[in-house]
Design a protein around this ligand. Structure first.
Ligand SMILES: NC(=O)c1ccc[n+]([C@@H]2O[C@H](COP(=O)([O-])OP(=O)(O)OC[C@H]3O[C@@H](n4cnc5c(N)ncnc54)[C@H](OP(=O)(O)O)[C@@H]3O)[C@@H](O)[C@H]2O)c1
Length: 320
């Protein structure tokens, strides 16, 4: 679940009737390879389950071997022939990100990278690299992973990078003066910053791929308010109250539909943003959603890109 559902988060779908998108809409994925970060639970797991069932080879980028293997078993129980591989990946450690990318780069193709893993509203915590945890995992780790894998993506015709953001991006501003929250930390402020960063990154990557003529589609999605384990880092008293609200949340299966549409829809274009259809975000479908205007500021997108290169040491598509 995501705590904020601010005004103006309605989804806009010009192409399809309200109820049109479901798991049955996902086309055959035979021959494709998808890397999904945080695929052991929640939205990432549901996306992995569906894509594996459609014949894709799924690389599950997960930090816990036990949880990854449990996810593999759950998918294989449904789809015994599923082609599944656990790729050890801790987005809070840049050396782990680099090692995961080296493993994935051995694959002959990479059709879809889903930057899904995330943390929400933890007490102030730093990654091993000294980054504030939400900015570090939700944005910087994925920025580094994408950079390491861009050659493999660009060599695969029609490849995509799907960035999983949130309606909270609307409240998000990038704090360039205090990126590691050394002066002040507000958990909600930093979550919004990380989710806005997902969309700034999505748009800037799309611009740079277009300028270079790379056949890589950068696009995004959000799951609305979904019943997952994302609340695990919230204060205990809030976790205790959550069961009361759960009936109003999306199921994880429904929350994964925008991800599935972004990852597989034949009509998807660079910079598309998919979300649940209606305000309240509980409709089990997926359509076009709107991006907050401030996130379309290219100067901020370029500045965030430069900061991300500086912090991660991963430099790519730099000459634009
Ligand atoms: N649920 C919502 O209402 C909602 C709303 C808007 C956006 N989102 C976004 O949706 C995405 C998926 O969240 P979810 O709701 O499915 O949450 P979830 O059930 O908590 O799943 C999060 C996944 O991220 C992984 N992860 C966390 N830290 C990691 C790290 N350092 N390295 C690698 N993996 C890490 C977790 O792995 P472990 O199991 O090992 O911890 C887990 O697999 C997130 O980006 C979130 O911001 C969710």
């Amino acid at each position: 679940m995501d705590p904020v559902d601010p005004p103006g988060c309605s989804s806009l779908d010009e192409g399809l009737p309200m109820s049109a998108y479901s798991e049955a809409s996902v086309p055959d994925q035979s021959g494709k390879t998808c890397l999904i970060t945080g695929a052991n639970t929640g939205i990432g797991f549901e996306a992995a389950r569906v894509l594996a069932g459609r014949g894709a080879r799924i690389l599950l980028g997960c930090r816990s071997e036990t949880r990854a293997r449990q996810a593999l078993e759950r998918i294989r129980a449904l789809h015994p022939a599923a082609d599944l591989v656990w790729v050890p990946l801790d987005l809070a450690r840049l050396p782990s990100v680099e090692a995961a990318a080296r493993t994935v780069a051995l694959e002959p193709r990479l059709d879809v990278l889903v930057n899904n893993a995330g943390v929400m509203l933890p007490p102030k915590t730093l990654t091993q690299d000294g980054f504030e945890l939400q900015f570090g995992v939700n944005h910087l780790g994925h920025f580094a992973l994408t950079g390491h894998l861009l050659d493999r993506l660009a060599a695969t015709p029609g490849s995509r990078v799907v960035h999983v953001s949130s309606v909270t991006h609307r409240t998000g501003r990038i704090d360039f003066d205090d990126p590691h929250a050394e002066r002040s930390y507000g958990a909600m402020r930093r979550y919004g910053m990380s989710k806005a960063a997902n969309l700034y990154f999505m748009l800037e990557l799309a611009r740079r791929c277009a300028a270079r003529g790379l056949d890589v589609t950068s696009l995004a999605c959000h799951p609305g308010v979904t019943n997952t384990e994302l609340i695990r880092t919230l204060p205990r008293w809030i976790q205790a109250l959550t069961p009361l609200a759960r009936p109003f949340f999306n199921t994880p299966e429904a929350g994964a539909l925008p991800t599935l549409r972004a990852a597989t829809s034949p009509e998807a274009e660079p910079t598309d943003y998919y979300g649940p259809i209606r305000r309240g975000d509980r409709s089990p479908s997926a359509g076009r959603a709107d991006i907050a205007p401030h996130v379309r500021d290219e100067r901020v997108g370029r500045r965030l890109w430069d900061l991300s290169v500086e912090l991660t040491g991963v430099s790519y598509l730099t000459d634009l």
